[in-house]
Ligand binder design. Structure first.
Ligand SMILES: Cc1cc2nc3c(=O)[nH]c(=O)nc-3n(C[C@H](O)[C@H](O)[C@H](O)COP(=O)(O)O)c2cc1C
Length: 182
């Protein structure tokens, strides 16, 4: 696994003061994102968290990335696992997004009562996900208080007939509420 050294982070951009954390959260709340649950396995132990910062990185080779907060329990767990699976949530699965983001629920207990299948890496994939990828962790890049985990896709699949769950303005939305522009 590659590990990239931490660069010096700029305190401001183009002479403007850096946004404070809440200001940046407000700004980012204007960008709609999909909602995923990322799970990993270390031996018999499994756990997961809700992740919005998931995106495609490379098509050839097939790579994705997720950003995971360093202070959370999932960060070191995924690193120890050396692999992770990303399940894309669909309409009606807000409860899963809330469950896996709930830091009052112990991470392994977030999977209680949730149907999943363990894929090739051993990582759990939620049974009713709209789509999923099962990945080997191939690089960890620094990203301030988060790390950027790069995953090489082992396998993946999706259901073209299911609509994804969307997070926008700190709320969950069904894509059916959006109008096509063209
Ligand atoms: C819609 C949504 C998106 C989120 N996206 C991320 C994310 O991209 N990365 C992250 O580390 N936490 C994200 N979180 C927060 C974590 O899910 C939450 O802090 C969780 O309790 C972390 O679990 P852990 O302490 O086991 O790591 C998100 C939460 C929500 C509700």
């Amino acid at each position: 696994m590659d590990r990239v050294p931490n660069p010096r982070l700029p305190a401001s951009t183009a002479g403007r003061p850096a946004l404070d954390p809440m200001g940046l959260r407000d700004l980012m709340s204007r960008l709609p994102t999909g909602v995923t649950v990322v799970c990993a396995r270390v031996g018999e132990d499994i756990q997961g968290l809700t992740v919005g910062a998931f995106c495609s990185l490379s098509l050839d080779p097939p790579l994705v990335l997720i950003c995971v907060r360093k202070a959370g329990s999932s960060h070191d767990f995924i690193e120890r696992a050396g692999s992770f699976a990303v399940s894309i949530l669909g309409e009606g699965q807000e409860w899963l997004a809330s469950r896996f983001a709930d830091d009052t629920v112990a991470p392994p207990e977030r999977l209680d009562g949730v149907e999943y299948v363990s894929r090739a890496t051993g990582a759990p994939v939620l049974t009713d996900a709209v789509g999923w990828v099962d990945c080997e962790l191939v690089a960890i890049h620094p990203g301030g208080d988060h790390s950027i985990f790069v995953g090489a896709i082992h396998t993946g699949a999706y259901d073209p007939d299911r609509a994804p769950l969307v997070f926008f303005d700190r709320r969950y939305l069904a894509l059916g509420q959006a109008e096509p522009t063209a």
